[in-house]
Design a protein around this ligand. Structure first.
Ligand code: FES
Length: 243
């Protein structure tokens, strides 16, 4: 565990508590030592008015975007409309981990870093090459590897959000990093608590340092604190490319 994980984990009640909760979700299965979830701040997902979003109000199979765990790192929030089951996955560094499946009463709510695991393409306000696509994408050059996938049109990586964003096609070498969600069934609210899988945030900040400095400003690398606003991708981004 590095210093960041340790410090933030303590502030949150410990990475161990998060791992235990996820382990419970997996029926008590133990985590591999090198594949623990990383606890960041507990962040309530809110709408554009600042009110907590209601999970049941999310439109199934629509792209929603929020920023987590840093101010400049986008993540997809999706209601898949069907249960997403736990999945065994591996990072490109050959670390195994168990994605715990969807959150919510139907286990259909999932969140993943929207930074493509190939060359780190991401949705900005101006342009997005990566998004969830309902159904099969009809493109003779890059046949769809299935239905309801996250496609990155930059080089045609395809990720299955119902299987922890496992790579089904294209050059990406690992799943999208998962964002862990907690659903409060009483209040029907959602809290992001950490990540699981192959993080690419250091590479992302190194690659886009200059771009992010004018897109987001000096807060780009600050951890999101307290709340993060959820928007429909098409409201956030002016040009969402569909390949
Ligand atoms: S950047 Fe996404 S497939 Fe290459």
């Amino acid at each position: 565990m590095d210093r960041r994980e340790f410090g933030e984990g303590c502030a949150l009640g410990g990475v161990g508590a998060l791992a235990a909760a996820l382990s419970a979700a997996m029926g008590g299965k133990a985590w591999a030592a090198e594949a623990r979830p990383r606890a960041y701040g507990r962040v309530l997902l809110v709408d554009e008015l600042g009110d907590p979003i209601k999970a049941s109000a999310l439109q199934p199979q629509l792209n929603y975007l929020f920023h987590y765990p840093f101010e400049a790192t986008p993540a997809f929030l999706l209601d898949l409309g069907r249960a997403a089951l736990p999945t065994a996955l591996r990072t490109r560094a050959q670390q195994d981990y168990q994605w715990p499946g969807g959150a919510g009463t139907r286990r259909s709510l999932v969140a993943f870093s929207a930074i493509c695991a190939h060359k780190l393409v991401y949705p900005s306000k101006e342009l997005s090459f990566i998004r969830f696509r309902k159904g099969e994408v009809v493109n003779p050059k890059t046949p769809s590897k299935g239905s309801d996938l996250i496609h990155c049109c930059a080089d045609h990586s395809q990720y299955d959000p119902a299987r922890g964003a496992q790579v089904l096609g294209g050059p990406a070498e690992q799943p999208l990093c998962a964002v862990l969600l907690e659903h409060d069934p009483k209040a029907d609210t959602l809290v992001a608590t950490g990540t699981l899988g192959g993080e690419l945030f250091d590479d992302f900040f190194a690659k886009y340092e200059f771009k992010l400095s004018y897109e987001v400003g000096p807060k780009a690398r600050q951890a999101v604190v307290g709340r993060s606003t959820v928007r429909e991708l098409d409201r956030y981004c002016r040009n969402a490319v569909r390949c």
